[in-house]
Design a protein around this ligand. Structure first.
Ligand SMILES: Cc1cc2nc3c(=O)[nH]c(=O)nc-3n(C[C@H](O)[C@H](O)[C@H](O)COP(=O)(O)OP(=O)(O)OC[C@H]3O[C@@H](n4cnc5c(N)ncnc54)[C@H](O)[C@@H]3O)c2cc1C
Length: 250
């Protein structure tokens, strides 16, 4: 069970349902990353567990999955963050949708959620928009005043691709022991930060007392699972979501 700050008790996994929601805001976070916010109109009562995703109907027969980035305490409110640099059905649909339009959503779904008992070390690995589900997860860790050592490794091709750094800096102030590291795999010549892939920079202090949360590029997710498995982290402590493309064409 998850108990919200306002004292509302929710089942850990709400049943996915069909909802009609209205676009209430659209904002580019950088040159290729778009945030879209929705207000759920019917039925009322949408909530999700931090880390879960929704499916949005983008044509009569095609749905696309997007993780929820918004505050889990705000009922009937959904924010998503997506890559829109490519020519994709979901990307084009959400790029072109107007504020005020209504969309069909099915959700929430997914099991990239925090375990009931948190380990002393929480290692988070994300690439690109894989950061999205970690936003409400970090909000939850702030709300419960988590005392774990939390380290987030955020991989991008360019430094400019990284987003929500204001939120991550806020987490540094609000969480007991939190640091984040941005790794850039194709840096420009003037870039002076961390270089390389997050998979090449794995730090593991105490395998039996570490939980690993991973999200983003499917190959990266598989690679990190394998590394932690080999280094003795139990499978149940490795929680992940692969952003596979074209997940649901119905
Ligand atoms: C559980 C889950 C959660 C997800 N959450 C998110 C999320 O929060 N944010 C998010 O952005 N995506 C997320 N995805 C991926 C998302 O659902 C889409 O599959 C993806 O964005 C591409 O859909 P599309 O319709 O835009 O492109 P498609 O029409 O499926 O593909 C068109 C072309 O674009 C290429 N392409 C697809 N994606 C990319 C990309 N990222 N970069 C470059 N080329 C690409 C394809 O290979 C194809 O050639 C999630 C996937 C899953 C399974």
């Amino acid at each position: 069970m998850l108990v919200l700050n306002r004292g509302i008790i929710m089942n850990t996994f709400p049943n996915p349902k069909q909802y009609i929601a209205k676009v209430i805001n659209k904002k580019y976070l950088n040159y290729k990353t778009l945030q879209v916010d929705f207000k759920v109109l019917t039925p009322k009562g949408f909530y999700f567990v931090p880390g879960q995703f929704i499916n949005i109907k983008v044509t009569d027969s095609v749905y696309r999955s997007y993780s929820v980035c918004s505050d889990y305490k705000k009922k009937d409110f959904i924010g998503i963050i997506l890559t829109v640099a490519h020519n994709g059905l979901g990307a084009n649909y959400l790029k072109n949708i107007s504020v005020g339009s209504e969309v069909t959503i099915i959700g929430p779904s997914g099991r990239l959620v925090l375990p009931d008992n948190l380990a002393n070390n929480i290692n988070i690995y994300v690439t690109g928009t894989g950061l999205t589900p970690m936003i409400p997860i970090l909000m939850r860790l702030i709300d419960i005043k988590c005392k774990s050592k939390i380290r987030l490794y955020y991989g991008n091709r360019l430094f400019e691709d990284a987003f929500k750094l204001d939120f991550l800096n806020e987490c540094k102030k609000k969480l007991y022991d939190f640091e984040y590291y941005i790794y850039v795999s194709q840096p420009t010549t003037d870039y002076s930060g961390l270089r390389g892939r997050i998979t090449d920079n794995i730090v593991l202090e105490d395998p039996k007392n570490t939980q690993v949360l991973i999200c983003g590029n499917p190959m990266m997710v598989s690679e990190i699972i394998e590394i932690f498995n080999e280094r003795g982290v139990p499978s149940e402590s490795i929680i992940h979501e692969k952003f596979v493309t074209s997940v649901r064409n119905v």
